[in-house]
Ligand binder design. Sequence first.
Ligand code: GUN
Length: 303
Amino acid sequence: MSAKIISGKDIAAEIKEELKKEVEELKASTGIVPGLVTILVGADPASISYVTAKGKTAKDLGFNSIQDDQSEDLKEDDLLALIDKYNKDDSIHGILVQLPLPKHIDEKKVLNAIDPDKDVDGFHPVNVGRLMIGGDEVKFLPCTPAGIQELIIRSGMETNGAEVVVVGRSNIVGKPIANIMLQKGAGANSTVTVVHTGTKNLDEHCKRADILIVAAGVPGLVKPEWIKPGACVIDVGVNRVGEKISEKTGRKIAILKGDVDFDAAKEIAGSITPVPGGVGPMTITMLMKNTVKSAKMLAESKK
Ligand code: GUN
């Protein structure tokens, strides 16, 4: 039987509707409008398209959205001063510096300069530490892993006691999603294994997974025979494997392939995310969710 397709596009739309209402209520009860600034240094085409999408979504949800474009040769000190300005600005609840940064700027220094209480990307070491501790400590979960957890929960998958296998150990996806799924509580409480390039018998680990989360960045890495029948498969891979002409716009667009052989895997899995249209749409949505949370925390602190 063919797997249920977990549509990130549909679930993201559902969450955005919820957020729109929350923004309206927050405005009506406190006068606070969530403020998000995205800082783009340089003109990398992929970064421009991500930042534009973030700004558009923020505006659609009724945020105060600022896109602060800076030239490629911006000095590191000037970027740090800009972050400091937004750290001190009470109308801004979320600060996002689009990565990657030009080579002359120290990325770590920049991410560490963002006020952890405005770090809606969840990349600051303080927020990474809060995620490790879990429970009430957590302020902002990083957006892609938070989106993965939402997809699992909203598709009705049981996580309590489930065998979760994460393929990949990146700081942005693998490590945080492993930590999220092992926390005590609803939507988690799983038994988590992280496998990576140093793991022996990768296939044997994957075959045990009730929930298989693949974030390796290797197109088609996970073979259909590695999937336990009925498992939930979350494919985080977005690999550009070529180009084609879009039927809609007539323009050249990238052909994207996940880390899982989707067509074969869907005949074995119980549920599976497509690429594109799976995890991708969730990342921006969770950024918006973090920004609303940040604005609400400010409202609470003023009571
Ligand atoms: N570049 C690509 N993805 C991201 C992201 O999620 N956050 C930031 N800040 N930069 C990115």
